[in-house]
Design a protein. Structure first.
Length: 172
């Protein structure tokens, strides 16, 4: 009896599978009709390819002139402008950017006016005209009660330098 039951279960599974597969086969009529409509349309006109012009060669005859892709003689311009002193020993305040230095006061002694500059670590240093401060070879030009005037040598990007004025004002 068990063998017959297994036989009927197999038969039922085969019939269910056959019915399911048969249901997938139909229902494409509207799709086939649409494809036939598209095929029945008249064909369109394809534009011709554009005419390709032949390449015209060009002989570059300006080899002796300055290249437009190179700066005009940076060595000549760099030598003519201001330059930092190469063999000068660096001073302590040259390791700090100018915007991190604060002027906290002045000091007058023996007809010399000193500016008191404070670094970020809280140490106070005195400077006079001629001292160097900042990272761009900044030289102290004048010291007044309210500020320190500095003249820096800033690289111009093509091998030379230009002078730029800056000031460190008295901190509040």
């Amino acid at each position: 009896m068990k063998l017959r039951t297994i036989h009927w279960l197999r038969f039922g599974a085969v019939v269910a599978f056959a019915l399911g597969a048969a249901g997938c086969g139909g229902g494409n009529g509207d799709l086939l009709e649409y494809i036939d409509q598209i095929k029945a349309r008249p064909g369109g006109r394809i534009e011709p390819l554009p005419q390709i012009k032949p390449y015209e060669t060009f002989a570059y005859e300006a080899q002796a002139l300055r290249s437009p892709f190179m700066p005009d003689s940076p060595k000549g311009r760099a030598a003519a402008g201001p330059r930092p002193e190469a063999n000068r020993p660096k001073e302590y305040l040259e390791q700090f950017p100018l915007d991190t230095l604060k002027m906290v006061g002045t000091l007058q002694r023996d007809n010399n006016r000193y500016a008191l500059l404070q670094t970020q670590d809280g140490l106070v240093h005195r400077v006079v005209p001629g001292n160097y401060v900042g990272q761009n070879d900044g030289r102290v030009v004048t010291v007044t009660d309210g500020e320190v005037q500095v003249e820096e040598l800033v690289p111009d990007g093509i091998g030379g330098f230009y002078k730029r004025s800056a000031a460190i004002g008295l901190a509040d």
